[in-house]
Design a protein around this ligand. Structure first.
Ligand code: ADP
Ligand code: MG
Length: 622
């Protein structure tokens, strides 16, 4: 149990169990922070890189469309503002002719022009809005697809090392922030292009006033800079603290039974509450920054408007219409400037989440499982280990120089104390881990080359703690393989599960799953896992401690299944139980990663290595 929840969120002070933040990620960040001068451009480049990683390249044409629409809408808006100001001031002075940018129009033609521009403005804004929503939707979809795809294609060692709930968090929160970031970028783009159009028109009408607006915009962006840095830092912190809260909540919600039994509910709750409080504090800080930002910005901007009016008022005005039009344009520009600066703020507040998601995708893709170009099907199904060693990366070898071979159709027991390397051996056999040296072969094929995508694998697995999908028993046996009902029932019969199912009122439609109590006992779950394994008519089955925690009846039924499969299927059974290995043809004895004995069962059980293991670790039940 972690003593300190900050270990979950502070890079560098993470708990030993947390494998989710790789070293390359930390090192890739620090140089960017050092280049203070190029921070902004570096940020933009970094965001662009993250968006590429998350599969958002397809957004470029849509964003270009948004830009064109914004430019058209901005020009139409500016033109209309200038014309109606001139109309209003002309009307106030009783003139029937309106002067716009050197042209003279009748009052009604000017009004007609305004209406036309208004229609252009409305239509282009609507088109922009549609492009905008389709961009954010695409961003959400593409990033979620990329995250899911990269995770499912990653090497199993990466998948199995991921914290519970991490993927859910990436898909909901981080992908949501990616969509939010795109929405911000679109808003910023629209604000920027609107500003460009307004200022462009203002320059034509009154160059001096337009220059003044640019200067004020520049001043504002400098004044607001400290806010940007604070916002970015708050976002990074918020991303990691929310991620930690989410994964911890997922993990803890699965352990409520243990918490209750061990009497540690309140401690677990305290840890979770502490993280929730930290999240709240970081959230409050980022919201405050956003609120303050608006207040400071608006105050400065309004001060500028007051100053501008004062300057205009103290001078003699020869063209009231142009001054009025420019003032209107400036007021509109200020809201665009605010939009642009606010965008920077919003982008920074999503940045941490987006970077986290991208770095996870990079990590998954770096360890993509190596599928051979062509899947090979062995011509025979004997199993050979030739000087196999395996290490999990540390110095100690989990398996060292293990060599054995067992004939096709044999029932093989693997025994050894806890930590002796049994599970590692089974994972190499299943092809989810590759030997560090030596080779493992099923027939003439490496197990990892058996990886298939058509659901017709010749090798099957029964784990110690089989997991069920939310759904019916039939669905759990068929396990995505589109099997007809007869095959499902046949598999259930072979696994000696059929009589249990037939006693249930809903039979094969009985709902099961991880949540909601579960309609199955441990022994039934285990037999369901065996039925799932048998459905594909496998030629090799690996069973990891299949009977370690079972009732006597289930254990007997499973032993019966194994005996019935003898001769047809090569079976590797890892077990603590003497009873389970009693009917094996061959036994392998593992001790601290070494194969200390191997051979026909009768020979091995009389040997010294077996008696050493069986006197301490194997519990005979009959
Ligand atoms: P068994 O199944 O016989 O109990 P394992 O194959 O699970 O043994 O483990 C063999 C050794 O490898 C043990 O020392 C264990 O601590 C280590 N080990 C197992 N899994 C991992 C892992 N994912 N990362 C690092 N070490 C591991
Ligand atoms: Mg094990």
């Amino acid at each position: 149990m972690r003593d300190d929840v900050t270990a979950l969120i502070e890079p560098g002070t993470r708990g030993p169990g947390d494998r989710r933040r790789p070293a390359h990620r930390r090192s890739s960040r620090s140089p960017r922070r050092d280049r203070k001068g190029k921070d902004k451009r570096g940020d933009l480049r970094e965001i662009a890189r993250c968006l590429r990683v998350l599969g958002l390249k397809g957004l470029v044409p849509r964003l270009a469309g948004v830009g064109v629409m914004a430019l058209v809408a901005g020009l139409a808006q500016a033109g209309m503002l200038v014309i109606i100001t001139e109309c209003a001031l002309g009307a106030a002075q009783g003139k029937r002719q309106v002067h716009v940018a050197g042209h003279s129009l009748s009052f009604w033609s000017a009004i007609a022009c305004s209406v036309a521009l208004l229609v252009v403005y409305g239509l282009s804004s609507v088109a922009g809005t549609f492009l905008n929503t389709s961009s954010t939707t695409l961003a959400l979809k593409a990033s979620q697809q990329t995250i899911v795809r990269s995770f499912f294609r990653a090497d199993w060692s990466v998948q199995s090392g991921e914290r519970l709930g991490h993927i859910q968090q990436l898909l909901s929160m981080n992908a949501g922030q990616v969509a939010g970031l795109i929405a911000s970028i679109v808003r910023g783009l629209v604000a920027f292009l609107t500003l460009v159009s307004l200022l462009g028109v203002a320059v034509i009408v009154n160059p001096l006033a337009a220059t003044a607006v640019l200067v004020v915009g520049a001043i504002l962006s400098v004044v607001m800079r400290p806010f940007n840095k604070l916002t970015k830092a708050a976002s990074r912190k918020l991303s990691s603290v929310s991620q930690a809260t989410g994964t911890l909540a997922t993990e803890y919600s699965r352990m409520t039974r243990e918490f209750r039994v061990f009497g540690v509910q309140s401690r677990a709750l305290a840890q979770l509450t502490s993280l929730v409080n930290q999240t709240a504090a970081v959230y409050r800080r980022s919201q405050r920054l956003a609120g303050l930002y608006t207040v400071v910005y608006q105050t400065i901007a309004l001060a500028f408007v007051v100053g501008a009016i004062a300057v205009v008022g103290s001078h003699k005005i020869d063209n009231l219409g142009s001054v009025g039009a420019v003032l209107l344009l400036i007021l509109r520009s200020l809201s665009s400037t605010s939009g642009i600066l606010g965008t920077g703020q919003a982008i920074r507040s999503s940045q941490g989440f987006v970077e986290d998601a991208a770095s996870d995708v990079v990590r998954y893709e770096a360890r993509e499982q190596r599928n051979p170009p062509e899947v090979t099907v062995p011509d025979r199904f004997d199993v050979t280990f030739d000087h196999v060693s395996f290490t999990y990366g540390g110095e100690a070898l989990a398996l060292e120089d293990v060599s054995f071979s067992v004939p096709e159709g044999a029932l093989v027991g693997v025994v050894g104390r806890s930590g002796s390397g049994k599970t590692t051996l089974s994972q190499i056999l299943l092809g989810v881990r590759q030997p560090t040296s030596g080779s493992a072969l099923i027939g003439n094929v490496h197990p990892s080359s058996l990886a298939r995508t058509d659901g017709k694998s010749p090798i099957a697995f029964v784990p110690q703690d089989p997991l069920l999908l939310q759904g019916s028993i039939a669905y759990n046996i068929s396990f995505f393989r589109d099997a007809p009902q007869e095959e499902i029932e046949e598999a259930a019969r072979s696994a000696h599960l059929a009589p249990d199912i037939e006693r249930m009122s809903m039979g094969y439609d009985t709902p099961v799953g991880e949540g909601g109590g579960g309609a199955l006992s441990g022994g039934q779950r285990q037999r369901l896992a065996i039925a799932r394994a048998l459905l594909g008519r496998p030629r090799v089955i690996v069973l990891d401690e299949p009977t370690s925690a079972l009732d006597v009846r289930s254990e007997l039924l499973i032993r019966q299944t194994l005996s019935e499969l003898r001769g047809h299927v090569t079976m590797i059974v890892i077990s603590h139980r003497l009873a389970t290995v009693e009917n094996c043809d061959y036994l392998l004895v593992l001790s601290d990663g070494h194969l200390t004995d191997a051979g026909p069962r009768e020979t091995v059980v009389n040997g010294e290595p077996f008696s050493r293991v069986s006197s301490t670790a194997l519990i005979g039940t009959g």
